[in-house]
Write a protein that binds this ligand. Structure first.
Ligand code: IMP
Length: 178
């Protein structure tokens, strides 16, 4: 375990097993629809690449960057940093997100994408911190529910660090309180 972690919450093996399950569900639900898998940078990059690699149906990918947090652990303003390359009109879009916390980011994103007339929009989230929800959004596909703790690893960061950890863990308090 990385020295800055207090504990490992979700192991690499648990993530792998769940990714397979969700990919199989997506394969079933989107058969014949060629979904547009949308990676929300940067947090969902590892989850996204594992999910699309485990899927077997034809699909497309695109990337969008949203910034909703500053360097710390509290929610800030939602800002579009990088838009999609192509139109999503009449496409079946699957937003792949790292974590739904207050839900503001997803709410903003869904509203913006809906204005572009996709055939459908669903959300696939790695983590759901449901206790913190403020906006009215749900993850249609979800790997894990977690309690209200600040987590890092498997794409998730604290001040841009720890994204490359293979597991998801709770950061030691002294790291973000110093
Ligand atoms: P929301 O708008 O409050 O739902 O915030 C969602 C975004 O905040 C996520 O996409 C993450 O980038 C970030 N975030 C929320 N909770 C955590 C956490 O525990 N660790 C790392 N990033 C987090």
């Amino acid at each position: 375990m990385h020295q800055d972690l207090e504990k490992v919450l979700i192991t690499k093996e648990e993530i792998e097993a769940k990714v397979k399950e969700i990919a199989a569900e997506l394969d079933r639900d989107y058969a014949g629809k060629q979904p547009l898998m949308l990676c929300i940078l940067k947090g969902s990059v590892l989850f996204f690449s594992d999910i699309i690699r485990a899927m077997q149906i034809p699909l497309e990918i695109d990337f969008m960057a949203i910034s909703s947090y500053g360097a710390g652990t509290t929610s800030g303003e939602v800002k579009l940093v990088k838009d999609l390359d192509r139109s999503i009109e009449n496409k079946h879009v699957v937003i792949v997100e790292d974590i739904v916390d207050t839900g503001h980011t997803l709410f903003y994103l869904k509203r913006m994408l809906n204005q572009r007339h996709p055939a459908s929009i669903k959300v696939c989230a790695l983590l759901d911190k449901f206790e913190r929800r403020e906006a009215d959004v749900v993850a249609d596909y979800k790997a894990f529910d977690i309690a209200n703790e600040f987590v890092v690893g498997y794409g998730l960061d604290y001040a841009q660090k720890y994204r490359n950890l293979p597991e998801i863990g709770v950061l030691k308090r002294e790291i973000y309180e110093k």
